[in-house]
Every structure is written in structure tokens, then in C-alpha cells.
Ligand binder design. Structure first.
Ligand code: ADP
Length: 282
């Protein structure tokens, strides 16, 4: 056989020829779902406030009158149900599982809602984690949803990559902290987004400063932030800054984030609404 003869086995071939068909790994949506826009919230590592930011964005979006959902794809560190005070227990039919609902009607699905003991660790390998997230997309009867926020697994490794390839993500929000090697993290997230052809909507900086609980003074505990400069380098906008705010952590601990009163992410929510508009508002 001649060296360059086509064997029809694209998996072993380096040539980008016309007969090569790009295989979509997208998982189909459940027949009982109509999710209009999917926003993935990513971070370079865990503990930077990605789940808090996802939850705050969902609260603000829901307050604007949109049907809102959260898919908790951070399978090994699921914190969304706790932030909203939602207890485990999911019901379903042969067609799929029903998402849980928060006090104000935000829909959610998380592995912690399916575990008998929410304190048990999820010690699963990458493919199982990615498969679980796919099922949260295709096996859940989400119904009509305007905006779904996906709390992504942290980092830019195998698991977030597989999740990205299986969900029809419309835009990405990057969460970072001022001391968190911003340039490298933003660069990795931007490159991952480019690979997937998904627009980055902007950056949210968390723990930007501390707010004195007594006098309200701003304290830049991590020194001067470089996030704005880095954002400009990549042609991105910093859409919001969240301070270290003990009111927020207390509300998360009580499972009552929906009672939050602040404007930290108002601009970020508006930016998502403008970039990814859903035609009719309910
Ligand atoms: P990640 O999803 O990136 O792992 P989380 O959103 O779970 O991070 O945040 C980690 C912890 O830090 C949580 O207990 C959360 O309540 C707290 N936290 C995050 N950001 C803030 C903030 N800006 N102010 C107060 N507490 C915060």
C-alpha cells in the first residue's frame, strides 16, 4: 500500500483531508428540556469562589425575571446545593430526573443531591465524572430555561475539557483572585475557549479586597491587582469585583444566598444578558 493512501481510519491519520468528518462530542439535550443559553464558569484552581460567583450570577439572573438553572459540574467539590440550602433527594420518571428547586425557583442539579450522605467524598475517575455531567445535561428534565450556569470542574485539564466538549456552551466567565497567577490562568482559559470556539464573556475578580465589617473601609490585602491589565492584554473586560465579604460567606453557610444584597456582579449579569440575549423574557 502506498504511504499516503487513505485507509479511512482517521484516528491514525495526520492529514486534514476533505473526507475527514469532525466528530461532535455534544450530548443531546433531554426531550423534556429547552435550555436557551449555557454559561460556563471556570477557574484556574479550586477555592477561588467559582461556585459563589456561579450562584450569585444565577440569583441576579433569576431576579431579572429569567428562568434560571445551575448545573453543578464540579462533581468532586459540589457546593451549590449547600449555598442555596437545598437538601438531597431527587425524583424522576422514565424520561429523566427532575431538577431540585431553590426557594426562589432556580433549578439545580448536583451530585450532592443524589448522594445518601452529602459528606461522603466523590472518589471517581475523570471519565465517570464527565459521564455524570453529561447525564445532568441529557438525563434531567430541565423544562424551559433561559440561562443555565455551569459550575465547571476547576482547571483546564481532562475533566473540564471533556465537559466543555459535551455541553453546548455559549459563553465562558473566568473567575480569578488577585494573587492567583492571573496572567497564566487567564491565558490557559482563553486558549481552551479558543480551542472550543466559545467566546469568553469576561473576567470576575473575587476576593479583590476586604471590607472592614465595622467601618466599611476597603483593604487591598493582596496588594495591587493586575487583573485589569491582564484582561486588556487578552482583549477582555473585568465584569465585576467581589470583595471578601463576611456577609456573603455567612449567607452561603446558612444556605441563604438568595437573600444577598449587593451590586458586585450587577454589571457581569448585564454583560451576559447583552452578549447572550434570549428572545422573550417570561
Ligand atoms: P470554588 O468553587 O472556586 O472552589 P467556592 O465558591 O466554593 O470556591 O468558595 C470557597 C469558600 O470561600 C466558600 O466557603 C465561600 O463561601 C468562600 N468565599 C468565596 N469568595 C468569598 C468572598 N468574596 N467573600 C467571603 N467568602 C468567600
Amino acid at each position: 500500500m502506498a504511504e499516503n493512501e487513505c485507509t479511512r481510519d482517521c484516528s491514525t491519520c495526520g492529514a486534514n483531508c476533505s473526507s475527514r468528518k469532525s466528530e461532535s462530542l455534544l450530548v443531546p439535550q433531554n426531550a423534556g428540556s429547552d435550555v436557551k443559553k449555557v454559561v460556563a464558569v471556570v477557574s484556574g484552581k479550586g477555592g477561588v469562589g467559582k461556585s459563589l460567583c456561579t450562584s450569585m450570577m444565577a440569583v441576579l439572573t433569576s431576579r431579572r425575571g429569567y428562568k434560571t438553572a445551575i448545573l453543578d459540574a464540579d462533581v468532586t467539590g459540589p457546593s451549590i446545593p449547600k449555598i442555596f440550602g437545598v437538601k438531597p433527594g431527587i425524583e424522576g420518571t422514565e424520561e429523566g430526573m427532575f431538577p431540585a428547586k431553590t426557594a426562589t425557583g432556580i433549578e439545580m442539579m448536583s451530585v450532592n443531591l443524589l448522594l445518601e450522605d452529602e459528606q461522603s467524598p466523590v472518589v471517581w475517575r475523570g471519565p465517570v465524572i464527565a459521564g455524570t455531567v453529561s447525564q445532568f445535561w441529557s438525563g434531567v428534565l430541565w423544562g424551559d430555561v433561559d440561562y443555565m450556569y455551569v459550575d465547571m470542574p476547576p482547571g483546564t485539564g481532562d475533566v473540564p475539557l471533556t465537559v466543555f466538549q459535551s455541553l453546548p456552551v455559549d459563553g465562558i466567565l473566568i473567575v480569578t483572585t488577585p494573587q492567583d497567577l492571573v496572567s497564566m490562568i487567564v491565558s490557559k482559559a482563553v486558549k481552551m475557549a479558543e480551542m472550543m470556539n466559545i467566546p469568553v464573556l469576561g473576567i470576575v475578580e473575587n476576593m479583590s479586597y476586604a471590607l472592614c465589617p465595622d467601618c466599611g473601609k476597603k483593604i487591598e490585602i493582596f496588594g495591587e491587582s493586575h487583573t485589569e491589565k491582564v484582561a486588556q492584554q487578552f482583549g477582555l473586560r473585568v465584569l465585576g469585583r467581589i470583595p471578601m465579604d463576611s456577609k456573603l460567606s455567612k449567607l452561603c453557610d446558612k444556605g441563604a444566598l438568595e437573600l444577598m444584597e449587593n451590586d458586585y456582579l450587577d454589571e457581569a449579569q448585564k454583560a451576559v444578558e447583552e452578549a447572550l440575549s434570549v428572545s422573550e423574557k417570561r
